[in-house]
Each structure stands twice: as C-alpha cells, then as structure tokens.
Design a protein around this ligand. Structure first.
Ligand code: FE2
Length: 241
C-alpha cells in the first residue's frame, strides 16, 4: 500500500517562511519519508509578506529537490502547489496561472487572516467555487471565528468547501481552542484532509506519528487512511471527493 500524502507543507528552500536552505529541506524530506509519507504537495505561501514566488520558481525548485531525493534514494514524489492567501484578485491570478492549484488539479489550498470574519472567509471561498475551483480551507482550526462558533464549520462543509486541519492541532500545538475544535470536527466527520503545514525540522516538522495514533484511537484506521491518503490521492487525480 502507498504511504501518506501531505498536501500542505513549506519544504522548498528559500521561497517563504518555511525551509531556508537545501540542507534543511532535505532533512525535512528524510523526516517525511521516515514518518510514512510517499507524496508531498509543496505549498509555499502566496502571501504579500510571507512569500510570492512565481510558479516558474516553484517548479524549478521542486525539480531540483526531486532530483536530489531521487539521487539519495528516497521514495518520495513531490508535486507543485501554493497556499494562497485570499485576496480580491485571487481568481484572476489563478486564471492567469500566477498561482498554483494543488498538483495541477482544480483544488486550491486557501488561507485567510486568523482574525478574518466568517463572512470574509465564506465569501472568498464562494468566489473560488463559483469560478470552478474546489476550495480547500487551510487549517480551519486556526481562525478565531471558527473556534468561537464551531457550528460555522458545518456551514462551510455543506457549501462544498474542503476542510484541512493541521496534524499538530490534534495534540494541542496550536493551543487549547483549536485542539477542542479539531476533536469536534473529527467526531462529526467534517474533515477532508490532515496536512503537516511543516515549516522546519523541529518545532513544525513533518512529524505525523502522534497524530496518526490519536486519529486511529478516536476514529479508527479507516479514517486515518481517508484523511491522510485516499482524499489526497483524489486531489492528485483531480477527482471530486
Ligand atoms: Fe501553511
């Protein structure tokens, strides 16, 4: 059986606030393989302050990295993507090919300011889906409007928004409120994807073992499979989930 697929990580060196050097990236990829991943979608920020690398730069960095890990014998496949910080011109940028969807699919990993209102988030995601994209809301548990009113997550889910949570949030890495929210989302079966959102080799590494244990215990093996492999596989094949 194939391994896990991560659709949210900041591994490519020097493109955003994630890995800064080739060596750091390689260490993260070795960690990812050891943790059980077989595929990773590289999602550098497309964000005015955190990074705005062009698709060409991202693809070139990815090709160089794939070459390195192939030479080293790691069995990991890398795919291009972005974590898009939503702005009024996001659809325009996507349609002009200035921002990358996940692995060339119609899925778009999208983030907002942690303090954004529910209306702002809802409207942004709606705009993306009306333009024909499948919006994936990055780390839903990090937004204050969601932790303050968890029932709103269900509203987004019903709208057809895909829900991604960060692996570390299950264990409390993002604080008490996000932990409580992801536990509720898991119970209600409102999660589509678990991503690492890895930025480095230590504090925000591609570690997944503790999270897998947690999900297995609370929701069973089948859920682990679905949230860490099957649904992401559908993204790679551009199938609707
Ligand atoms: Fe991220």
């Amino acid at each position: 059986m194939d391994g896990f697929i991560d659709l949210h990580c900041h591994v490519l060196p020097g493109l955003d606030d994630g890995a800064q050097t080739m060596e750091e990236s390689l260490t993260m990829l070795r960690q990812a393989e050891k943790a059980g991943f077989s595929g990773l979608i590289m999602t550098p920020h497309h964000h005015i302050r955190r990074g705005m690398a062009s698709p060409e730069q991202i693809k070139a960095a990815l090709a160089a990295m794939q070459e390195h890990i192939d030479a080293e014998g790691l069995s990991l496949r890398l795919y291009p993507g972005n974590e898009l910080y939503y702005a009024h011109n996001s659809v325009e940028k996507l349609s002009r090919g200035e921002v990358l969807t996940l692995a060339g699919s119609s899925y778009v990993l999208t983030e907002f300011s942690f303090g954004a209102t529910f209306q702002e988030i809802r409207q942004g995601l709606l705009e993306l889906s009306q333009a024909g994209y499948y919006p994936v809301l990055a780390h839903i548990e990090r937004y204050e409007c969601m932790t303050d009113a968890p029932q709103l997550c269900g509203e987004l889910y019903d709208m057809g928004v895909y829900i991604q949570v960060n692996a570390g949030s299950f264990l409390g890495d993002a604080g008490r409120k996000p932990k409580k929210l992801v536990s509720m989302l898991l119970k209600e079966d409102l999660i589509h994807f678990v991503g690492t959102d890895a930025h480095d080799t230590k504090k925000r590494s591609p570690e997944i073992e503790r999270c897998v244990k947690y999900i297995k215990k609370k929701a069973g093996e089948e859920t682990v499979e679905r949230l860490l492999r099957k649904n992401a596989q559908a993204v790679l094949e551009n199938r609707v989930i």
